[in-house]
Design a binder for this molecule. Sequence first.
Ligand SMILES: *Cc1c(COP(=O)(O)O)cnc(C)c1O
Length: 383
Amino acid sequence: MFNTSYIEISRKAFRSNIRYLKKIIGKDVIFSSVIKGNAYGHGVENIIPLAEESGIDHFSVFSAKEANDALRVMSAGSRIMIMGFLDDAETEWAIENGIEFFVFDMDRLEKAVENARMLGKKAKIHLEVETGFNRTGFEYGNMPQLVEFLKRNREHYIFQGLCTHYAGAESLSNYLRIKNQIKLYRKFSRYFSRHELRPVLKHTACSAAALTYPNTIMDMVRFGIAQYGFWPSPETHMFRFRKDAKETSPLKRMLSWKSKVMVVKNVEPGSFVGYGSSFLANKKLKIAIIPVGYANGFSRALSNTGRVLIRGRRVPVIGTVTMNTMTVNVTDIPGVEKGDEVVIIGKQKRLSISISSFCEMSEQLNYQLLTRLPADIPRFIVS
Ligand SMILES: *Cc1c(COP(=O)(O)O)cnc(C)c1O
């Protein structure tokens, strides 16, 4: 009720992904489940409980807003880490609530210490260092000032982590850049140790790094895309399987997106379908209207190019995708009727439509496509 499409989340696929990834990192390494972007479109309210069922108790988000959303669903024993934006008021809120957060400049560090002093509670900080991604992080040149400040304020923080982020570990062409990042990270790490500053955890790896550079795994891995069943890139997949090329991937897609046929009708030859003149019927056609359009996350770029599944067959989108509908050509499928299941992403009978094929058609990254699935599409966990 109250929806024109819905998303199914597979518990079985998620469990299998977590099992596989845990095997790769080993049992002594913390698995941090990255749930930014509404858990890559899967819905935090679904992924947090599923992850907890699989024994995960550490979650990573981008902002205080996302941390707050996660807190509502998380069980008391779980921890949360903010990797990105925090304003001053949010910094105070994070410390008060025992939320861990990245610190990547002096200004943020001073604010954190000031708030911690005021609250009489230690800030749990992860110092992020700049090793070559060139986004956020302390520069090596900042070290004397940083270390001096940290030594002076020991009672106001817990040095929970020393971290960095890699610039494209999913592509072999970045090999040298990643190697240099690892080297520079180690140099930072030695500098801290020389000054008796030791992080509780060293962590640098995202999915691609953990899957292709074992020495980036350290004490914790921040797994995003892989836990949702996606290889960060075809290269990552090949790297894991160059020795024993397996048919089936141990990472399983866990999201399906479905809707229903809203209207079926015939179109006479010579008429245009939809807005404007992008599709001309050259013969008598049977078309089906589906109540999902670009306002519902189905890109307008898929006009005249997208595909969906109906009655176990692949059917093309014709004409332009509108705000709330798309039209598909069902001329060759006998018996299509109102109410038939439509699979936009996922399996139907023997066919499937993957997000990656979807991405190729609309030139989007699977990360982008997933996170653009509107939060108001209802999501259900299926076994
Ligand atoms: C998003 C993000 C991750 C997770 O990346 P994946 O490629 O999805 O595994 C890890 N670390 C940081 C800092 C991130 O922003």
